[in-house]
Design a protein around this ligand. Structure first.
Ligand code: A5P
Length: 226
């Protein structure tokens, strides 16, 4: 593994922003890797690139505004041309775990509306099987105990995420349960089961949402596609 993942993140981010065309609507991801893309986009905009952006979190929106990247209301558009986002884990068949930063719901909505979902990552994020990273579940606070019971039936071990000794609260006012399912040999089936739990607003398994993963390595970028 590279001792400096930031270099890998930056090289992946630089490759990804080359895919942006003038006048596109661009989805802006959340997290340390997506932030590098944000910085690059800020430079392109400063140099005259015209785009409109849809941020995937309040934090990303604040950063985008500080970089003078024009923002468009997601509810005024039909689709997003291209989104650049990060991941907590990915497999080369383009399955992901996302939500380490708690932005999974907006990230999944933006990914679902995107014609091209581009994931950028350092090489530590690539795994043979998902599951080292706990799967984040965004739950409405009223349903936390119920969702926890359903997760136990699926042999998951969940923990409500906390921050500064308080329950973590998402941009939508929900809570997160981080679940250890062990190694996930069949993410498609697990995702379907999670999709049917009432009160669980969004899970961090991204299935069939990604078009391309650009991974930085020590000396080059590698691309994984469908
Ligand atoms: C945010 O909720 C996440 O989905 C991030 O995209 C993910 O956690 C990757 O973050 P880093 O780029 O900081 O590892």
């Amino acid at each position: 593994m590279n001792k400096n993942p930031d270099e890998e993140k930056i090289s992946a981010a630089r490759e990804a922003v080359k895919l942006i065309l003038p006048n596109q609507v661009v989805g802006l991801g959340t997290g340390s890797t997506a932030n590098f893309a944000l910085q690059e986009i800020g430079i392109l905009v400063k140099n005259g690139l015209s785009i409109k952006a849809v941020p995937t979190s309040v934090k990303t929106e604040q950063m985008a505004r500080a970089l003078n990247i024009p923002i468009i209301d997601i509810n005024t558009i039909q689709s997003i041309d291209l989104t650049i986002d990060g991941a907590d884990e990915f497999t080369t068949d383009l399955f992901l775990i996302k939500g380490g930063g708690g932005a999974l719901l907006r990230e999944k909505i933006v990914a679902s509306m995107s014609k091209q979902e581009i994931i950028i990552a350092d090489s530590s994020k690539k795994v043979d099987l998902l599951g080292n990273f706990k799967v984040p579940l965004e739950v409405i606070p009223f349903a936390t105990a119920y969702v926890m019971q359903q997760i136990e039936k699926l042999e998951g071990r969940g923990q409500v995420r906390s921050k500064d000794e308080k329950k973590f609260v998402t941009d939508q006012g929900n809570h997160i349960i981080d679940v250890n399912f062990g190694k996930i040999s069949d993410p498609v089936t697990l995702a379907e089961k999670l999709d049917h739990i009432v009160g669980l607003v969004c899970h961090g398994l991204f299935i069939n949402l990604v078009d391309k993963i650009i991974m930085g390595t020590k000396d080059k970028t590698l691309v994984f596609t469908k």
